[in-house]
Design a protein around this ligand. Sequence first.
Ligand code: GLA
Length: 374
Amino acid sequence: MTQVHVTAPGRVNLIGEHTDYNEGFVMPAAIEQAIEISAHSRSDRQIIAGAAGFGPRLSFSLDQLEPPRGKPAWLDYLKAVCWALGEPGYTVHGADLSIESSIPIGAGLSSSAALEVAVAAALAALSGLTIPPTELALLCQKAESEFVGVHCGIMDQFAVTLGLENHALLLDCRSLEYSQIPLELGEQRLLIVDSRVERTLSGSAYNRRRAECEAAVRRLADCAGWPIRSLRDVALEEVKEARRFLPKTLYQRSRYVVEENSRVREAAAALCGGDLASFGYFMSRSHAGLRDLYQVSCPELDLIVETALAVPGVMGARMTGAGFGGCAVALLHKDCIEDTTASITAAFLDRGWAEPHYYRTTAANGVRVKSPPN
Ligand code: GLA
């Protein structure tokens, strides 16, 4: 194949936040907003790429892949993917890539995972490689974690790769077993609200949360006297019993993760049973945990959630993604979308904050590769 067109969606996480790197459960869905790449193969070892709205085309050689020193630029994600594909021995060819995106950048809707997966899928197709979807997701996670330096979990790359239209993806991040749960919303809709508070995942706060969870695991293992691999292995009762041995922060982080894992399973059962009211309830409880115990929300996200929940017809709302800014997601009746956006906008303007951006979305398919007819 010498020419391909790839579409890779963003994702919205419905529930199960900061649980993936704790080997727990998550339930994201791929969204309509996506990255599109038109790619041509080259006969040399150069990657030449342009991203609409990001200035002139840039290039690098596949033989010189150096990790970013400071804040990663978009080209570093491409280098990261080329590096990760090479690790297990895949040989990719040079390529020309033209990138466009309808995913807001850095807003917690996985624009970086979409870029990684789109680039990996394009280069694999142009190089005649068939990489199974789970392996593709894992390689892109490795790219972000080991090359870009954000120690992310597997959720985003998995959702971008394996999302399915009108379905939520329930993923066990330890075994990587997953099921597609029909997202039968009836008259309800998903509304994404971008707080427009800029967050960078590579900022130290994300990595710090991960380190705190690892520290909590070590403490809990000492208390229990048996090996605990991750917070996935701990029951709520055990966290409560160990409270006096844990610094307050580590207690809060552990309690949140253990409770969130239960909520994901309860929310999945509610969705399977068509009980959207309970599903919404779990979303809102998840936000409370992220705000009070995991402490990754911010005043803008809290205001979005609080204002949305006060509108009749809103079933649930929560921040989505890593937090510290970015987006919230609400489950709400289609007839109350206008009221909800108007209330949130009014609340923001009242505080002198910039008006949020709103996105309606449905659950979309994961990455797709097309080759144009000859
Ligand atoms: C980011 C990471 C994911 C996950 C979420 C929080 O999106 O890339 O792996 O940890 O934050 O749930």
